[in-house]
Design a protein around this ligand. Structure first.
Ligand SMILES: Cc1ncc(COP(=O)(O)O)c(C=O)c1O
Length: 326
C-alpha cells in the first residue's frame, strides 16, 4: 500500500526515521517536542539525539489527548496511532496551525492500517513514521513518510540497504511461529521462557528491563537489510490485513467475560490492528493469556514508560496490555 503524494525513506528502525522527521521539522538543540506521556523510551532517544527536550501531554482512557500544553520552545508535536488505531488528528492539526509547528504522525504500530476514509496511517500529517518490523516478522524495516511537498524537497537520499542476511534468529522465530499456528501449541512462548530462565540465571532478571539509558541513547539512522525489504515487498497485504482483523474479532469474543476492559469497543473500518489493547491487572492479563493460548499470540504490557512519567503515571498507563498479533 502506498500513496503517490507521500515520499518515503526506509530505515532499520522507526526511531531512526523519527530522528530524520525531527530534523526535517527543523527541531534544533534546545528546542522542545510535545509528546504523549504514554510513550516508550525509544521515542525519547530520537528527541534526545537531535538535542531537544520532551514536553509531555496526558492521554485519557481512549488514548486521546486530554489537552496540549504550549511553550514557545515547542517546534514539533508527536501524535501516536496507538496499536494501529487512528488517532483523531484534528486537535493536533489546529494546534500546529495556531503555533506554526510541525505535526509528526507516529504510526510505529500501524503498518497497513488506514482511517475510516481509507487514508493510510502515517500519511495524514506533514511527517510520519512507521515501524514495519512490528507488523511483519523481519529483523528490521521502518519508514519515514513525508507528505508536505516543501519538506519532500529537503528529503535526504535513501540510505543504502545493507546485505546482511535475515539471520538464524529470524528463521527460528519464523519456524516456531508457523509450527505454533499449525499445532496450536505455544511453542514460541516456551522458547521465550527458556531464554528468560537463562537470562535470570546469568543476570538475576527475567525480562531485560530497558534502562534509563534507553532514553538518552544516540540514534544513528541506517538503511534496513535488503533481505528485509524483499520480505516487505513479497507480503500479501490483503491476507495480512484479513488475518489481523479476524484475530481481533476472535480475541474480542474470547475475552468478553474475562474481567478485563478492551481499550476500544470495536474495530473501526479500515483499521488493521497491531494487536488487541486492553486494561487489566496482572490477574486479568493472565486470564487473557489463558484464553488466547491456542491463537499463536503473545500478551505484553506496553509501554516501558519514561522515568519522568513513571512516578505520577495514572493507572490506565500502568495497566495497559495488548495481545500482540505478530
Ligand atoms: C509508539 C512508538 N513509536 C516509535 C517506536 C520506535 O520503533 P522502533 O523500535 O522501530 O525504533 C516504538 C517502539 O516500540 C513505539 O512503540
Amino acid at each position: 500500500m502506498s500513496d503517490s503524494k507521500t515520499a518515503y525513506r526506509y530505515y532499520a528502525y522507526a526511531r531512526q526515521a523519527l530522528v530524520e522527521a525531527l530534523r526535517l521539522a527543523n527541531v534544533l538543540a534546545g528546542d522542545e517536542v510535545l509528546v504523549p506521556a504514554l510513550i516508550c523510551k525509544d521515542v525519547l532517544s530520537s528527541i534526545h539525539t537531535v538535542g531537544a527536550n520532551p514536553v509531555f501531554y496526558q492521554v485519557d482512557k481512549t488514548l486521546a489527548p486530554v489537552s496540549l500544553p504550549h511553550t514557545p520552545l515547542i517546534k514539533a508535536v508527536i501524535a501516536v496511532n496507538y496499536f494501529g488505531f487512528p488517532q483523531d488528528l484534528e486537535i493536533f492539526s489546529e494546534y500546529c496551525h495556531k503555533f506554526s509547528v510541525k505535526l509528526i504522525e507516529d504510526n510505529a504500530h500501524g503498518y497497513l492500517s488506514a482511517n475510516v476514509d481509507g487514508v493510510l496511517l502515517g500519511n495524514r500529517a506533514p511527517l510520519g513514521i512507521t515501524s514495519i518490523r512490528k507488523t511483519i516478522r523481519i529483523p528490521d524495516g521502518a519508514r519515514l513518510h513525508v507528505s508536505d511537498p516543501q519538506l519532500s524537497e529537503l528529503l535526504p537520499y535513501q540510505l543504502s540497504f545493507n546485505d546482511k542476511p535475515l539471520g538464524a534468529r529470524y528463521f527460528l522465530q519464523n519456524i516456531f511461529s508457523r509450527l505454533e499456528r499449525a499445532t496450536r501449541l505455544p511453542l514460541l512462548r516456551w522458547v521465550r521462557s527458556i531464554v528468560r530462565l537463562r537470562r535470570f540465571l546469568s543476570t538475576g532478571e527475567f525480562i531485560s528491563t530497558s534502562s534509563t539509558l534507553a532514553e538518552t541513547e544516540v540514534v544513528v539512522p541506517v538503511g534496513p537489510r535488503d533481505s528485509s525489504m524483499k520480505k516487505i515487498q513479497k507480503l500479501d497485504e490483503e491476507v495480512e490485513v484479513k488475518r489481523r482483523t479476524d484475530l481481533y474479532e476472535r480475541v474480542n469474543s474470547a475475552v468478553s467475560n474475562s474481567g478485563i476492559k478492551p481499550v476500544h469497543g470495536r474495530l473501526p473500518e479500515h483499521c488493521t490492528p497491531y494487536g488487541f489493547p486492553f486494561f487489566g491487572d496482572l490477574e486479568g492479563a493472565k486470564n487473557v493469556r489463558r484464553l488466547v493460548n491456542s491463537f499463536g499470540v503473545e500478551v505484553i504490557r506496553w509501554p516501558d514508560l519514561p522515568e519522568a512519567v513513571l512516578a505520577d503515571a495514572p493507572d490506565h498507563y500502568s495497566n495497559l496490555w495488548f495481545v500482540n498479533f505478530l
